[in-house]
Design a binder for this molecule. Sequence first.
Ligand code: ZN
Ligand code: ZN
Ligand code: ZN
Length: 346
Amino acid sequence: MRRFYCHCGHEINFHEHFCKACGRDLAYDPKIGTLWSGELRDSNQFFAHSQGHQKNLLFQTCSHRHHDVGCNWLLIQGDDNCQCIACRTTRVIPDQTHEKNANRWFRLERSKRQLFQTLIDLQLIKANRPVEFSDLQFDFLEDKRSNPNLDLDHVLSGHCDGLITINAAEADESFLHTMKEQMQELYRSLLGHFRHEIGHYFWLKFFNSEEKIQQFREVFGDERQDYAQALQGYYDANNQSHWRSRYITPYASSHPHEDWAETWAHYLHIVDTLQTAQSFGLSIYEPQAHNFDHWFNEWRRVSQVMNALNRSMGLAEPYPFRVSEMVEGKLRFIDETIARYAKEHN
Ligand SMILES: [Zn+2]
Ligand SMILES: [Zn+2]
Ligand SMILES: [Zn+2]
């Protein structure tokens, strides 16, 4: 994540609606990746106070700004949709008459916007050409565990032909924590779910020819093996001893598609965190440099520092991973695949 500053000079963050120092309203412009400070006029007009000699600019805000979702994004000029490019991809939301669901929806959308920001930065999504990913939709569903009135026992997060399902309860810290313990995971986060599932979505976009699929198989293995059987085998075996040298997480060992999505999510974790480190002067890596070896070495250094800082605070390590040589090769493949896709679509 980049750093942003209000017109008054105060540092502001990506999710904020107003500056805590001067009270100016804030709104994020996904097209140019800027958090503007300015003032809201009427209900959906935003007047940005621009720096230097430029004229002040007028935008429309997302209609979810004055809403439980509290979206702080702007509409792209000329777009006749009333919701921003992130909000409009949500198809089903958890029942808003149920007390906890307003906060769940808020957290879900906040994570989705952060995901979109990274995808726009990587040039995988064009903020000014949203029609190109109009096949992407999200359902935020509940099951019995979070809503006893429902018949459904388990909603699993997943992806199918552009439709991403997320269990709304994953927005609760307590649920995340319980699941993390139950599944013996080292890391679990709501943002991580979004990053994983969008990996399945982009797999379909990237590997659309026999030649490209063959390249995928050389790195991740043959994805034609039966998916349900592989997953069942993984859960039955509960054998977590041999994954470390080949996979980023135990779950990645269940099937080549899951390996891809897990490693892809990991790549996005690194992209966002390293950008933050760079913007705070903790890393010298320039995000535009596209030099994988340098990028990865910087990440090793930064993640070490991050873990050490947390240990000093008596907290768990935020980066409990060891990236083997094989996983490094997979990350490199993802890096090259993204670069190629971005080039082909520009
Ligand atoms: Zn300010
Ligand atoms: Zn929005
Ligand atoms: Zn998956």
